[in-house]
Unconditional design. Structure first.
Length: 387
């Protein structure tokens, strides 16, 4: 990790805070916008951000939009033509050609949620471009986070966005769409927060995000709090959590309490007994869908980003996280998580695994076995830790 001092970093909770902030910065853009997202939905929120991008393109801003082909399956038909006509450079990363065609690379998705405006303001987190409240789900908004950044770290974010954009334009032969290099870096101090920007890719940064988590957990002295939507860690990560409790560290997991994806949900339940036996506290978020990917360690180290702690995020997908070493920021995030646990989550009893009925027990181990098998097939031999 390369830490940069002098950043301003604001925590944004849910789409209610994120989307207005993102729209304001897009409307203020003067020269360049990079926006990456896994999901760009054709709903009211998607239309709102699409219109902001169109306005920017029409006033001469170079707008680079990259969406994932699996997460945004309807984008190419419903939104991309209109954006292209308005001058937005909109590309689809790994278009999903068939729902029924099995390919080994199918899970190598662009899962980052990243925006960089004029090289001066950046956003990073777990929030997709989609309505905050799922019309088919709970009436409360998804529980998620992002950060808004200013300062030297934004330069690192812009480099990462330009790198992926360059690869995408080469892949899809958009020779005239290369991102301009005329914009000068803006490493001016904007605050007092020390932070690093991390990515996970399939080249030089395969394990950066996981290693950052592990280093922080293994050096934790008092408390580890993790909120993660899809939490199915590998062997080393599980051992690190248990070792932390063994040396007296309080370890708290805030996990998905609603069944969103059957396979991942039940595979995660298969690991509860190991954590509970080790003294890990588990809380299940039930008010709405948990989509957060954040952590706070020793009330000083914090991360906010797109990376789940599961085989897809840690072995296959392109991800982006910000790590912040600042007591004020860490305390704000920790307090927000504690409030969510107190008001909207249920603690899991230590006897949970013992009281699990036979049907649920069978489902958990079948799901865990299937996830292991799929990981082995998809990860080109790098699935040894996930067993």
């Amino acid at each position: 990790m390369t830490f940069r001092d002098g950043n301003r970093i604001d925590l944004l909770c849910n789409g209610e805070q994120y989307f207005p902030a993102l729209e304001r910065e897009i409307d203020s853009a003067e020269s360049e916008i990079h926006l990456e997202t896994y999901i760009f939905e054709t709903d009211a929120t998607g239309e709102r951000i699409a219109q902001a991008l169109v306005r920017a393109a029409r006033r001469g801003v170079a707008v680079h939009l990259l969406v994932d082909g699996f997460g945004s399956r309807s984008f190419a038909q419903k939104l991309q033509p209109r954006l292209l006509e308005a001058g937005v450079q909109a590309l689809v990363f790994r278009p999903e050609l068939s729902m029924f065609k099995l390919r080994r690379t199918r899970l190598r998705r662009l899962h980052r949620k990243l925006a960089v405006i004029d090289g001066k303001v950046g956003f990073c987190g777990g929030i997709n471009i989609i309505d905050d409240i799922d019309s088919a789900g709970p009436i409360h908004p998804r529980f998620d986070y992002a950060v808004r950044l200013q300062g030297p770290l934004v330069t690192d974010m812009r480099i990462a966005a330009r790198t992926v954009w360059r690869h995408a334009t080469w892949t899809y032969m958009r020779w005239g769409w290369h991102a301009s290099s005329g914009l000068r870096a803006n490493p001016v101090r904007a605050g007092d927060r020390r932070a690093a920007f991390l990515v996970r890719d399939n080249f030089r940064h395969r394990h950066d995000i996981e290693r950052a988590y592990l280093a922080a957990i293994e050096s934790a002295k008092s408390e580890v709090v993790i909120a993660n939507a899809y939490f199915l860690p590998g062997k080393r990560f599980r051992r690190a959590l248990c070792a932390a409790t063994a040396r007296g560290v309080r370890v708290v997991l805030l996990l998905q309490g609603r069944v969103e994806y059957f396979l991942v949900h039940y595979a995660t339940l298969a690991l509860y007994h190991q954590w509970l036996d080790a003294g890990v506290e588990i809380h299940e978020y039930r008010r709405s869908l948990l989509h957060a990917k954040v952590a706070v360690i020793d009330a000083r180290w914090a991360t906010v980003g797109s990376s789940n702690i599961d085989p897809v995020s840690l072995l296959l997908a392109q991800e982006a996280n910000v790590v912040v070493v600042n007591e004020d920021f860490a305390r704000e995030l920790r307090d927000n998580l504690q409030a969510a646990m107190a008001s909207s989550a249920s603690p899991v009893a230590r006897e949970y695994a013992l009281n699990m009925n036979l049907t649920t027990r069978l489902l958990t181990w079948i799901a865990y076995g299937v996830v292991r098998a799929l990981t082995s097939i998809s990860s080109y031999g790098r699935a040894g830790d996930f067993r």
